[in-house]
Design a binder for this molecule. Structure first.
Ligand SMILES: [Mg+2]
Length: 192
């Protein structure tokens, strides 16, 4: 089977590190358990453009290369990579290719068959949706946490595994969706 996999908050812990960065800049105390959406600008109380400026600053400081791995992700990927084709589908820009591949090589060396970056620059909009990309690569499964992308998969044949986080609690898992709380659970579903 072909398994499409998001990076941020499914393989990597991005938001917690970005909040740490934001807190140190603005002397605030934001925590991700209070983030009930994945639109960072709502937590920062600023517009998207300024939010991306902060993200750019975070990237410039080299922190994207230092993200922690979601617990169990390395072990989980190791258990499915021999039997299935694993494809990264990320809304990260191709401008982040170096940092992204440095991080993937460090934690998941040669574990993925392909990587799709769905925008060019950090400030650009997506050139293609995750849904379209999954259709094109004919993925059997897609693992994702962001409600904005999940919504595109309503009434579709791709089986979507919703990686449980505070910001997707309101997402209703019907039909082709299953909520998962760990990589062990993902492995069980894919291998069953
Ligand atoms: Mg994500």
């Amino acid at each position: 089977m072909t398994i499409a996999i998001d990076i941020d908050e499914v393989l990597s812990e991005l938001l917690s590190k970005v909040l740490e960065h934001y807190n140190s800049l603005y002397n605030t105390n934001l925590t991700q358990d209070k983030c009930l959406s994945y639109r960072w600008q709502e937590h920062f109380g600023i517009d998207l453009r300024r939010t991306l400026d902060i993200y750019q600053d975070f990237i410039n400081s080299g922190k994207l290369k230092e993200l922690a791995v979601v617990p169990g992700a390395v072990e989980g990927i190791k258990k499915i990579r021999d039997k299935h084709k694993l494809v990264i589908v990320t809304s990260r820009g191709a401008c982040l290719k170096n940092d992204t591949e440095y991080w993937l090589d460090k934690h998941f060396p040669n574990y993925f068959n392909d990587i799709h970056y769905l925008r060019e620059g950090l400030y650009d909009s997506m050139k293609k949706s995750k849904f379209q990309t999954c259709q094109e690569i004919n993925s059997d499964f897609f693992i994702e946490d962001d409600v904005d992308h999940l919504n595109e998969f309503r009434d579709n044949k791709t089986k979507v595994l919703v990686y449980d986080h505070p910001w997707n609690q309101s997402f209703e898992t019907t039909d082709n969706f299953s909520r998962v709380h760990s990589w062990a659970q993902i492995v069980n579903i894919i291998n069953s």
